[in-house]
Design a protein around this ligand. Structure first.
Ligand SMILES: [Cu+2]
Length: 179
């Protein structure tokens, strides 16, 4: 393989790695999850939300749900009568696909008033991303993460890694055919 191809491969690998590093998954409420006992205000202030990140709501299916609210006033008043969107699988993933503020609450009667509501502001990602040592530490503000949470995070990180490697190898094959 020539130097040119190697340079191309290197660049490609760097781009893929950066792309994966920029998006994060936020497990809503940390180890306590989507529950009345969780202090979502303090959880939110411990996180940095960027466009492309995902929120993962984990809860007992049937006990809670996730509704997305239309406005700040609906959020303040716990008005869940006209939700934008409604989720109820027990492990709901919401992608923050553009900059701005989004509002979520539990759809179970009374739970929003008990504190099950969330206001998240995603900021735009600026092109040259500075090295971010925050991503591994920011995911958990608590000391007692459950083993299942940890292992599922590890698995998805490993899968991403494998996907990156696979696309690098694939690109290598394509390049060696082309040149
Ligand atoms: Cu609830």
């Amino acid at each position: 393989m020539g130097a040119f191809q190697r340079t191309l491969l290197g660049l490609l690998a760097a781009v893929i790695v950066m792309k994966h590093a920029s998006a994060a998954q936020h497990s809503v409420g940390g180890s306590q999850g989507w529950d009345q006992s969780t202090d979502f205000n303090s959880w939110v202030s411990s996180q940095k939300f960027k466009v492309g990140d995902q929120l993962v709501f984990k809860y007992s299916q049937g006990l809670h749900s996730v509704v997305e609210l239309t406005s700040e006033s609906a959020y303040k008043n716990c008005d869940i009568s006209t939700p934008l969107n409604s989720l109820s699988t027990g492990k709901d993933v919401v992608k923050l696909d553009k900059p701005g503020t989004r509002y979520f609450a539990c759809g179970t009667l009374g739970h929003c008033a008990q504190g099950m509501k969330l206001k998240v502001t995603a900021t735009a990602v600026d092109a040259p991303s500075t090295p971010s040592p925050t991503s591994p530490t920011s995911s958990s503000s608590s000391s007692s993460a459950s083993p299942t949470t940890v292992s599922s995070t590890d698995t998805s990180a490993a899968l991403k890694h494998i996907a990156s490697l696979a696309s690098i190898i694939l690109s290598g094959v394509v390049l060696s055919i082309c040149f």
